[in-house]
Design a protein around this ligand. Structure first.
Ligand SMILES: Nc1ncnc2c1ncn2[C@@H]1O[C@H](COP(=O)(O)OP(=O)(O)O)[C@@H](O)[C@H]1O
Ligand SMILES: [Mg+2]
Length: 258
């Protein structure tokens, strides 16, 4: 794989307000977020539904613009989407008329880069475990398989910043754990900046160099927890469990001691 560029991403005083459809009220999807993230980090964004996780990814992807504040990559404001920042959507968006193989190689073909990169497509098919399904169409795949194809399609572009939005949500527990390891392997080969949304605290700790904890109404960051455990991580280690208790406490889900 190619040499990775080092990038620094900053969100300074970023807020996002949406108008509500049925009334004059507004939704404070995000309230003054200040974050600095850089290549080599794996950021897990975790928090309840509606706390603004997808909004953060969409702002970084350049799909929406902040109401106040700035999002910059190496000092340059993000104003539009770029292949440098690859979003993996919650609901996989595949081309139904293309096979698995052609969905994965789509952007390479668009950039006339398929020639000489065929082995990359093979590698991706292996990584997602769908070599036997290369000639199948998205309509023939399960939700989890489609999600893996969508992930492969973004990774093959070698973006500087990878933005998966709950990429493993549709998978069964075992496939999910395997895919966590595959994503980590890809990230550790190239040390790009990964910012992944999840609502699973264990997944956030297992994968992240940093876990950013969020809360809703208004959407905001309530904690930024560096995870000091070497990879591969042991989900049942004392250190892992201590982070789990800490983060669940931040989210008020640890249960009450009476
Ligand atoms: N395009 C939009 N128009 C109006 N409201 C939106 C839009 N996108 C998100 N919201 C609202 O902003 C809040 C945060 O949404 P989102 O970032 O999708 O949360 P999460 O991904 O954490 O579940 C929610 O209340 C949601 O309803
Ligand atoms: Mg979301």
């Amino acid at each position: 794989m190619g040499e990775q560029k080092h990038v620094t991403l900053r969100m300074d005083g970023v807020s996002k307000v949406f108008a509500k459809v049925e009334s004059d009220e507004v939704t404070h999807a995000l309230n003054t977020v200040d974050l600095t993230m850089a290549s080599g980090e794996f950021i897990s964004l975790v928090g309840p539904s509606g706390c603004g996780k997808s909004t953060i990814l969409r702002l970084i992807a350049g799909l929406i613009l902040p109401t106040t504040g700035t999002v910059t990559v190496d000092g340059k404001p993000v104003t539009a989407p770029s292949p440098q920042r690859g979003m993996v959507f919650q609901k996989p968006t595949l081309f139904p008329w293309l096979t698995v193989e052609k969905n994965i190689s789509f952007s390479l073909r668009m950039q006339h880069k398929l020639k000489g990169n065929e082995e990359k497509v093979e590698r991706m098919l292996q990584v997602i475990g769908l070599e036997a399904f290369r000639k199948d169409y998205p309509g023939q795949l399960s939700g989890g398989m489609a999600q893996r194809v969508a992930l492969a399609r973004s990774i093959i572009d070698e973006p500087d910043i990878l933005l998966p939005d709950e990429p493993l949500g549709a998978l069964d527990a075992f496939t999910r754990m395997n895919m966590q390891d595959e994503i980590l392997k890809i990230w550790r080969e190239r040390w790009q900046l990964a910012i992944m949304v999840t609502h699973d605290v264990d997944e956030a700790i297992y994968m992240g160099t940093r876990v950013i904890v969020m809360e809703a109404n208004p959407g905001r960051v309530i904690a930024d927890v560096p995870i000091h455990i070497d990879y591969p991580r042991d989900r049942s280690s004392a250190a892992f469990l201590a982070y789990r208790v800490d983060i669940l406490n931040q989210l008020h889900y640890a249960g009450h001691k009476s």
